[in-house]
Design a protein around this ligand. Structure first.
Ligand SMILES: Nc1ncnc2c1ncn2[C@@H]1O[C@H](COP(=O)(O)OP(=O)(O)O)[C@@H](O)[C@H]1O
Ligand SMILES: [Mg+2]
Length: 410
């Protein structure tokens, strides 16, 4: 009997793979057909196989699962889906030994899998399992904006994805204490908020680079995510002093740390007498204070522009977001007139003294496709208007914070 194969393949490809394995002349044999990841991990832990063939979209298949398989001595071959190339990219980033496109030809998959076992497979993708400190301190960019869902998270997620695509090591931090949703937006199943754990470690003086890296899994090549607290009542887990330390350590882990923040920056006057009382807006205030650049995001409709003008004034009064770039999102002629860029630009120049604002078009098709798939725009709608303006914004942000891609772009 050859090497045992644990097969966790979904859909029609499953029987083709099983057949091809059985036709491998005895070098491989299927020892378990697994319905889900739990069954696969149990079979691996029981020592039932030396090779796992898995669908890239297998639920909960993350870096940790690939790690467990490796620790059990199981090599991992992933089957991608040409219509959703990001799945293969993500599985490669999780450390799979080989990712191949779904089997037009199952026999070819088996031949390549045999290559992996023989050790002549392409080297495992360099998905930075060990954190390599950045050579110089990384920059911090906060994405902030007024209430009314102007698209702070949308801008933060896609800015981070575009910066990573430029070859920068990026850490995306979800610091919205009114309900963090970044993990969900990026299609990551998230049971424990990484940011809360990092803040706890920071509070105990125990946050170092490896700890931060462990809490911030790679969700796309070069992009790590420190997920936030999805339940709004957990905000006391993110005290300002701890977040400050998290952001300090983050400068050693990433070239650019992008922080998605809440909207509110009021400080409770009563509470400010008691400096130990937790403050709900502390996370946002700290992110704004610690950032080298703040993107202030507003919506392009009349209400959104008015809120944006007010938010800019409030930030200036508090001495926050001094180095900033105003981003007006969801630009469309239906609410801003026939020449929306001009009218929004004129309003911001007149009422906020902002003469140069970045504009992101309203792009329902692309934004919805990204939400539906839980992916970034560049993955699901690379040619879309919103993506193009976010790619341009990322290049501009990288230049303005002086972030340089390393030579080894994956
Ligand atoms: N440029 C855009 N075009 C179309 N839809 C957008 C755009 N920006 C954001 N959205 C959508 O608007 C909604 C609110 O965005 P979100 O980023 O969650 O707001 P915030 O973080 O400011 O509360 C989301 O459904 C998002 O997909
Ligand atoms: Mg948000």
């Amino acid at each position: 009997m050859g090497v045992g194969v644990l097969c966790a393949v979904q859909g029609a490809a499953e029987s083709a793979i099983v057949q091809a394995v059985e036709g491998s002349g005895g070098r491989l044999s299927v020892t378990r057909r697994c319905a889900d990841l739990t069954e696969l991990l149990a079979a691996a832990e029981a020592g039932l196989g030396g090779l796992a063939v898995v669908s890239a979209d297998l639920e909960r298949l993350d870096r940790e699962a690939v790690d467990v398989l490796h620790r059990c001595g199981v090599r991992v071959v992933g089957l991608g889906d040409p219509t959703r190339p990001w799945l293969a990219e993500r599985l490669a980033a999780h450390g799979a030994d080989l990712v191949v496109d779904v089997p037009a030809d199952a026999d070819a998959v088996v031949r390549e899998a045999l290559g992996v076992l023989a050790g002549d497979a392409p080297a495992r993708p360099a998905a930075t399992p060990e954190p390599v400190p950045v050579s110089r301190p990384g920059a911090t960019v906060a994405v902030w904006g007024p209430t009314g869902a102007p698209g702070r998270t949308f801008i933060a997620v896609n800015l981070a994805a575009e910066l990573a695509a430029l070859g920068l090591d990026v850490l995306l931090v979800d610091a919205d204490t009114y309900g963090g949703v970044v993990a969900q937006v990026l299609g990551v199943l998230d049971e424990s908020p990484g940011l809360a754990a990092a803040a706890r470690a920071a509070g105990q003086g125990a946050l170092d680079l490896p700890t931060l890296a462990r809490l911030a899994p790679v969700v796309l090549p070069r992009l790590r995510l420190l997920s936030g607290v999805a339940r709004a009542d957990r905000w006391p887990e993110l005290p300002g002093s701890s977040l400050e330390e998290v952001l300090r350590v983050a400068r050693g882990l990433a070239d650019v740390t992008v922080v998605d923040t809440g909207f509110a920056i009021e400080q409770d006057e009563v509470l400010s007498y008691d400096t130990r009382a937790p403050v709900r807006n502390a996370a946002t205030l700290t992110a704004l204070e610690q950032s080298d650049l703040v993107l202030v995001v507003g919506a392009a409709d009349p209400v959104g522009v008015q809120r944006l003008v007010r938010a800019l004034g409030e930030a200036s009064e508090k001495g926050l977001a001094v180095t900033r770039r105003v981003v007006v999102n969801r630009l469309r002629h239906t609410v801003a007139g026939p020449r929306p860029a001009e009218s929004v630009g004129a309003a911001l120049a007149r009422y906020a003294g902002e003469h140069d604002v970045a504009l992101v078009p309203d792009d329902r098709a692309a934004a919805d496709a990204a939400l539906l798939e839980g992916r970034a725009l560049r993955e699901v709608a690379p040619g879309s208007p919103a993506r193009r303006s976010l790619a341009a914004l990322a290049a501009e942000v990288a230049a303005s914070v002086g972030a340089e891609a390393r030579t080894t772009v994956a």
